[in-house]
Design a protein around this ligand. Structure first.
Ligand code: NAP
Length: 361
């Protein structure tokens, strides 16, 4: 039974935050909301949430604070600024960051909270916009079962599974593991659909066939239909996925391990962002494999990539090499994930001549 006496502040009412806050509200908790763009909180206010003029105002007096913003920088500023959540919340408050963010930052916030008599833990989620709307997200807590007990009932208003990883930052590390798996699934979906298309197969039939076997993924089940319908609206924004893959790659680099699948996905999403795809949904990766007309119809512009990523001289090989087929010819036996050839720039993409795709065909 939910303890409806707990008051909740919710900061960040975007694609994920708005439906999550809605579930908390529907369960009978008093909810105060704040979002950078006020209009995105209006539907919640119409349903009974109280608007606050700032994050600090929202959290003052709240028993439980949720944040669901975009980037680690947003989280850092919100919690650690002089007039931020740590300073403005009351002693004893429980502060829960749902954002996919940095493990190290989560540890810093939890440490700072502990010395100021608050409790803070990271609790990113997975399940996408559909899971947020249905209230069936998976919570990934950087906390113990005991830590989450006082707020379990609130978490259960928008989740169907809660995993406790035992300590600050571990929720974020586990979520990044999830994103590493997702990265390979996204590339797998895009590669498979492109291959099937080139083989002249019925793509929906191929999708159903793969879903019936071991190659099945959630991506093929939920995102491939959007890609096949030309629906590029975000569920999950390309720019947020790049943030997540960058966080995972940075952690991996610190530990001196390679994540080649993640690296390939990062390069492809970086390319998609460079040609104007930052605000599209992650299923738009398939546009990298398509004829230019489809990319243009989705608002993309390949000339932006060519302009931004000219780096023949940096590579040193002088070749106008394509992304997917390693036609560099520079003589290096370069591992794709290490970008030895192009020094982290991603492989040069000369539109019409290469990439993963069939441009110019
Ligand atoms: P979103 O729609 O961009 O929502 C983020 C919201 O946070 C925006 O409304 C933004 O305000 C607000 N915000 C940012 N900084 C703020 C600040 N300092 N004060 C107040 N509000 C602030 O993104 P989303 O899709 O909900 O994703 C949120 C986070 O969850 C991201 O870290 C993402 O990686 C992660 N995530 C997303 C999904 C998904 O499928 N979408 C799934 C799991 C995890 P504005 O309205 O002004 O931009």
């Amino acid at each position: 039974m939910a303890d409806k006496k707990l008051s909740v502040a919710f900061i960040g009412t975007g694609i994920m935050g708005a439906p999550i806050a809605g579930h908390i509200l529907d369960a009978g908790y008093p909810v105060t909301v704040y979002n950078r763009t006020a209009a995105k909180a209006e539907p919640l206010i119409e349903r009974g949430a109280v608007w606050a003029e700032s994050a600090s105002d929202a959290v003052r007096g709240a028993d439980v604070v949720f944040t669901m913003v975009g980037y680690p920088e947003d989280v850092e500023e919100l919690y650690l600024a002089g007039d931020g959540i740590l300073a403005a919340s009351k002693p004893g408050a429980i502060l829960i960051d749902l954002t996919t963010s940095s493990p190290a930052l989560a540890r810093d916030i939890a440490g700072a909270a502990a010395v100021s008599e608050r409790v803070a833990f990271d609790c990113p989620v997975t399940g996408g916009e559909a899971g947020a709307i249905a209230g069936t997200l998976t919570a990934i807590a950087g906390a113990t079962e005991r830590d989450i007990e006082p707020v379990r009932a609130i978490l259960e208003t928008f989740t169907s599974k809660i995993f406790c990883f035992g300590g600050a930052g571990k929720g974020q590390s586990a979520k990044l593991s999830n994103q590493v798996a997702l990265a390979a699934s996204m590339v797998g979906m895009a590669d498979a659909l492109s291959f099937a298309q080139q083989e002249g197969l019925d793509l929906e039939q191929v999708r159903e066939m793969i879903l019936s076997g071991t190659g099945s993924t959630g991506v093929l089940a939920t995102l491939a239909p959007k890609a096949l319908d030309g629906d590029w609206k975000p569920g999950f924004k390309v720019r947020h996925f790049i943030k997540d893959l960058g966080l995972a790659l940075a952690e991996a680099e610190e530990r001196d391990i390679a994540l080649p699948g993640c690296d390939v996905a990062f390069t492809l999403y970086d390319m998609l962002e460079a040609i104007g795809g930052a605000e599209l949904g992650t299923q738009a990766i398939t546009l990298l494999y398509q004829e230019e007309a489809e990319a243009v119809a989705a608002g993309l512009d390949w000339s932006l990539y060519t302009a931004e990523h000219e780096h023949d001289d940096e590579c040193g090989c002088g070749n106008d090499h394509a992304h997917s087929d390693h036609e560099c010819g520079c003589g290096h036996d370069h591992a794709h994930g290490e970008h030895e050839c192009c020094h982290g720039e991603g492989h040069h993409h000369e539109h019409g001549e290469g990439c993963c795709c069939h441009h110019g065909e």
